[in-house]
Design a protein around this ligand. Structure first.
Ligand SMILES: Cc1cc2nc3c(=O)[nH]c(=O)nc-3n(C[C@H](O)[C@H](O)[C@H](O)COP(=O)(O)OP(=O)(O)OC[C@H]3O[C@@H](n4cnc5c(N)ncnc54)[C@H](O)[C@@H]3O)c2cc1C
Length: 462
């Protein structure tokens, strides 16, 4: 029989490696399985960014300026309404990096903490015994190997391949993250043809730009005189292409040359109702932890990792089994706080989908919901700042929008409908049951609340 590790993690993405690192720092043995070769790990995308504060918060040294990993640091993001008008500015420090270089550095940091890796090893199957996950089978060099752990962690990203292969009695939902639950992102690297001509990115506070209505953005790139020109839409890449065309028609760019194009998707789905099962944990994209206002999931998954590791450390140290019941506190701490906020944000998406160009223009012009203050608050706290005085002002602005026909009745009624559903979902998650015996009743109620929440759909007007 093979060695038993304390924790076996499948997937050497930013979440699996971070989770492995922090559990290894607590002196538990960790093995990470990755299907790609060591050099290729992290090649799924090129450029990404993280809030600059995460390095200190999560104990990861920031990238060093001048290295291949580091692109730039910036603090200004401009949000624009339709036609590239009505600028709203967010002051929030961000660090832009190259994903593969970052992942390679994380691997080194994890190895220094004692994490073992097995690359070129693909997950095949879950091994279980007496209704508890005890290990996995992997294919490596054409051979099937059995690996055992007191805990098996699914950090395989949107494929969620381990969670989906669980036996039925482990306690975690096995759903696939379907194509209709994804946002299809096309990132183009574009180089401006005329260096002296102003272009998106050269205006005031335009270190990064988001054209929210079109789900399109312009971000810094490490190539001289170049930018990332990105866009995402639900339903498939053809919708993203269609949206890019509409965007460029409304917001024409000066001449540019397309250098590269990358395609990838992110998950827009509710998390499984339980992150833990008997001998099992899912985290990161496999557990749908993304922030729906940006599609990003690294920081939110690291935050969930900190919660999970404390609980797991406690039981491993006492040599107690990592059953669903013992790890229940992970669910309670996660879903009552961050999980509740992310669920509430996700439930609001169909409301926003029914706003027309004119509606969005009104919100930008009147400086509410789509305002500097709201964008900053969303990034900082995962929610809008809704004091009583502000609520009154917002109600008045909506009423005025209706009376003056600047905001449509349909948009308002859909927004209100989903605000109500989202509020109820948040409250329900904030009351996530402390006692595992109350879970089934909680799930029944949660299913009823999620039922009317429609999937994301393509709604851009020509
Ligand atoms: C275009 C784009 C841009 C993005 N930009 C940002 C950003 O700027 N900031 C941000 O926070 N988020 C961003 N995201 C989201 C972010 O990439 C994900 O949330 C994050 O990578 C999730 O990390 P993860 O470790 O859960 O999964 P992944 O990063 O997907 O890693 C999963 C790992 O599991 C491995 N694996 C999969 N199947 C198997 C198997 N069968 N056996 C063994 N190993 C397996 C994979 O090879 C991979 O290495 C972006 C996403 C996209 C698509």
């Amino acid at each position: 029989m093979n060695d038993i590790h304390d924790v076996v993690i499948v997937g050497a993405g930013p979440v699996g490696i971070y989770f492995g690192m922090i559990i290894a720092k607590k002196n538990h043995s960790v093995l990470i399985i990755e299907k790609d070769s060591k050099e290729n790990t992290g090649s799924k995308m090129d450029q990404f960014h993280l809030e600059t504060m995460v390095f200190e918060k999560y104990g990861i040294p920031p990238p060093i300026e001048g290295t291949d990993e580091f692109i730039t640091k910036f603090k200004w993001t401009s949000y624009y309404g339709p036609y590239g008008k009505y600028q709203q500015v967010m002051d929030y420090p961000v660090t832009a990096m190259r994903f593969q270089f970052f992942i390679q550095r994380l691997i080194k940091l994890a190895e220094a903490d004692g994490v073992e890796f097995q690359f070129n090893s693909s997950f095949k199957d879950v091994i279980s015994s007496e209704e508890m996950v005890t290990g996995i089978r992997v294919e490596s060099d054409g051979e099937i190997k059995e690996l055992f752990g007191k805990l098996v962690v699914d950090a395989t990203g949107t494929s969620a391949i381990v969670r989906r292969a669980l036996p039925d009695d482990i306690g975690v939902e096995k759903f696939k993250i379907e194509d209709e639950d994804k946002m299809y992102v096309i990132q183009r690297v574009i180089q401006w043809n005329n260096t002296d001509e102003p272009h998106p990115g050269t205006g005031e506070y335009e270190e990064s730009i988001s054209y929210l209505y079109y789900k399109t953005w312009v971000a810094p790139h490490f190539t001289p005189n170049a930018n990332i020109f990105g866009g995402g839409q639900p339903g498939g890449y053809e919708n993203t292409e269609k949206a890019t065309e509409i965007f460029l028609n409304d917001v024409p760019f000066p001449p540019y040359t397309l250098l590269e194009e990358h395609r990838a998707s992110t998950a827009y789905r509710r998390s499984p109702f339980s992150l833990v099962g008997d001998g099992f944990l899912c985290i990161g994209d496999s557990a749908c932890m993304s922030k729906s206002f940006s599609g990003e999931a690294i920081e939110s998954s690291w935050s969930a990792s900190l919660i999970a590791v404390d609980v797991i450390h406690k039981f491993l140290s006492e040599n107690l089994p990592l059953t669903m019941k013992n790890m229940w506190e992970i669910n309670v701490l996660y879903f009552r706080d961050q999980g509740a906020k992310l669920a509430a944000l996700l439930a609001q998406i169909p409301g926003a989908a029914n706003t027309t160009k004119n509606d969005v223009i009104y919100l930008f012009r009147k400086n509410f919901i789509f305002s500097s203050r709201d964008f900053t608050s969303m990034w900082e706290n995962l929610e809008m700042d809704m004091s009583f005085g502000r609520m009154i002002k917002i109600v008045w602005l909506f009423l005025w929008g209706l009376i003056s026909r600047q905001f449509s009745k349909k948009a308002l009624s859909t927004m209100l409908k989903y605000m109500k559903i989202s509020g109820a979902i948040r409250k329900h998650y904030e009351n996530f049951p402390e006692d595992i015996d109350d879970f089934d009743d909680w799930v029944k109620e949660a299913e009823i609340l999620w039922n009317p929440v429609e999937k994301m759909r393509y709604t851009l007007e020509d």
